[in-house]
Design a protein around this ligand. Structure first.
Ligand SMILES: [Zn+2]
Length: 509
């Protein structure tokens, strides 16, 4: 009975495959080149557990281990001398030249001895032909052809050589992740703003289904392409597939596609780069603002200590030494500690007694809840800050998207006075309907830097301690707000507008 396996397909990255052919444990078939009968018989046996992708029909060995193959010791010697194979090479040469300029720049990955490059150079002698292969000849024996005895690195070599086409023939079936290599080529071409053609060719197993033959399935070929899985791979790694064709009596499949020039991919790359730059700048600004809060001697409470709040605290460097007070709305979190920084998390009711100049709300997604909770519980502070668009802004007066449901800014800060219970609420229950009976109208005044504070809030945080804030505060809140607004961080490295980013490095090529 067929068995399902959760294992990613190298051609399309679909995650489920079905058992297909168990070839048992066999030695390497094409790359070991044993020098004696004894060595041949002593060869290690490797599992041939072929499965078939339920997404694209690709066949691959789910127990494949790339490190079992001694590519470093022996070049991959492909037999290129048969006359019919020679005729196939001529077809490939002509199909390539049809789509290339008269003086093409061709790069071949895994060029072997360079037969195709020499054939191309002969037919189009004004072109340049560069072959990458650790086993390539030391020297070219024809004009226009050169070899690099190294692995191809898309990030480095696409920019350096600016090819019109990348050729990879009988390479992808050996790789652990051929789709990843092609997608990296595609994305690199996009980043460089230089679309190019891709020509790939692999053995085709379509005929195995007609004939039932199994000798094709050997270890060095991790991947066994059907026409459908080959086309699927190309479609997932290209802007457009020009054609897919068969050659050599349908034993091979080859195709040409367009790398780069994909508008959706470009949009994603541009958006990612912008976000990265914005996040990087924002991190520096918020860190600088927190430094400023500390330098100014502000008494600060961080509201929220786990999840996204913990991300805020760690990413922006709100350490326990400078920012020891962390409160949370959730009694279940009280007594636990902020991951990474170690502040003990207190229940928010401590803010009735521990008066602060600044409350920093560390989770944007809960801002409206927290602000409503502050009003309900009679908790306030002269400055309530949250992070928006890469800086700490005053909730009450700055432009940000975390206003309450009626679009009003915060802190209708409830302040306490004589009618309010003199003891802070201690029951720590979720008395969410408790309403401060003495909530005041918000008589706001504008303080430095456009920060608006409720006069009652500025006067004190109130419940149980009316007016005590002004008496004990050592911080000039209005100048503090102004200082925060003026805090900036400017990059000394100008952002590049041409190249989106440095492409990633390749694990294998
Ligand atoms: Zn697949």
């Amino acid at each position: 009975m067929a068995t399902l396996h959760r294992t990613p397909c190298p051609a399309c990255h679909h995650a489920v495959a079905v058992s297909f052919h168990d070839g048992g444990k066999q030695p390497l078939a094409t790359l070991a080149w044993p020098a004696s009968a004894e060595a041949a018989r002593a060869m290690k046996r490797l599992p041939h557990s072929f499965v078939r992708c339920t997404g694209c029909g690709h066949v691959f060995n789910r127990e494949f281990d790339y490190t079992e193959i001694p590519y470093g010791d022996e070049p991959n010697r492909m037999f290129n001398r048969g006359p019919i194979w020679g005729a196939h090479l001529s077809v490939v040469r002509d199909r390539l030249l049809e789509r290339l300029p008269t003086a093409p720049r061709v790069v071949e990955i895994g060029c072997g001895a360079g037969e195709l490059l020499h054939a191309l150079a002969e037919a189009a002698p004004r072109g340049s032909y560069v072959g990458f292969d650790p086993g390539a000849p030391h020297e070219s024996n024809g004009p226009g052809v050169s070899f690099r005895r190294e692995l191809f690195d898309p990030a480095v070599h696409l920019a350096e050589l600016a090819p019109d086409v990348i050729v990879a023939r009988h390479v992808l079936e050996h790789l652990h992740d051929p789709l990843a290599l092609l997608q990296e080529l595609h994305a690199t071409a996009e980043m460089l703003g230089r679309p190019l053609l891709l020509f790939v060719e692999v053995p085709c197993i379509d005929r195995c289904f007609e004939t039932g033959r199994t000798a094709d399935f050997f270890y060095e070929h991790y991947s066994h392409f059907t026409t459908a899985s080959f086309r699927t791979m190309l479609e997932r790694a290209s802007a457009h597939v020009h054609f897919v064709e068969h050659g050599y009596g349908d034993e091979v499949v080859f195709g040409v596609s367009e790398l780069g020039g994909s508008l959706p991919q470009r949009g994603i790359l541009v958006e990612a780069r912008r976000f990265e730059e914005r996040a990087s700048t924002g991190r520096r600004v918020v860190r600088a603002q927190l430094d400023r809060l500390h330098e100014e001697g502000a008494r600060v409470a961080l509201w929220g200590g786990t999840g996204k709040a913990a991300m805020f605290i760690n990413a922006f460097g709100a350490d326990a030494e400078r920012f020891p007070l962390v409160v949370d709305s959730d009694p279940a979190k009280v007594g636990t500690f902020v991951p990474g920084t170690g502040q003990r998390i207190e229940f928010r009711d401590v803010l009735h007694e521990r008066l602060v100049d600044v409350i920093v709300i560390t989770t944007q997604w809960r801002v409206r809840e927290i602000v409503a909770e502050m009003a309900r519980e009679g908790i306030s502070a002269p400055l309530v800050l949250l992070e928006h668009d890469g800086r700490l802004v005053a909730h009450d007066s700055s432009a940000h998207p975390y206003l309450d449901s009626i679009g009003a800014p915060i802190a209708r800060s409830a302040s306490g006075d004589a009618n309010v219970p003199s003891e802070p609420r201690r029951e720590s229950g979720l008395h969410s309907h408790a309403v401060n009976p003495c909530e005041r109208g918000s008589a706001r005044e504008v303080i430095g830097g456009g920060v608006t504070l409720d006069s009652s809030a500025r006067r004190g945080s109130g419940i149980g301690a009316p007016d005590s804030h002004a008496a004990t505060s050592t911080t000039d809140v209005s100048s503090l707000a102004r200082a925060l607004e003026e805090t900036t961080w400017s990059s000394t490295t100008p952002a590049s507008t041409e190249v989106l980013a440095r492409p990633c490095s390749t694990e294998e090529a």
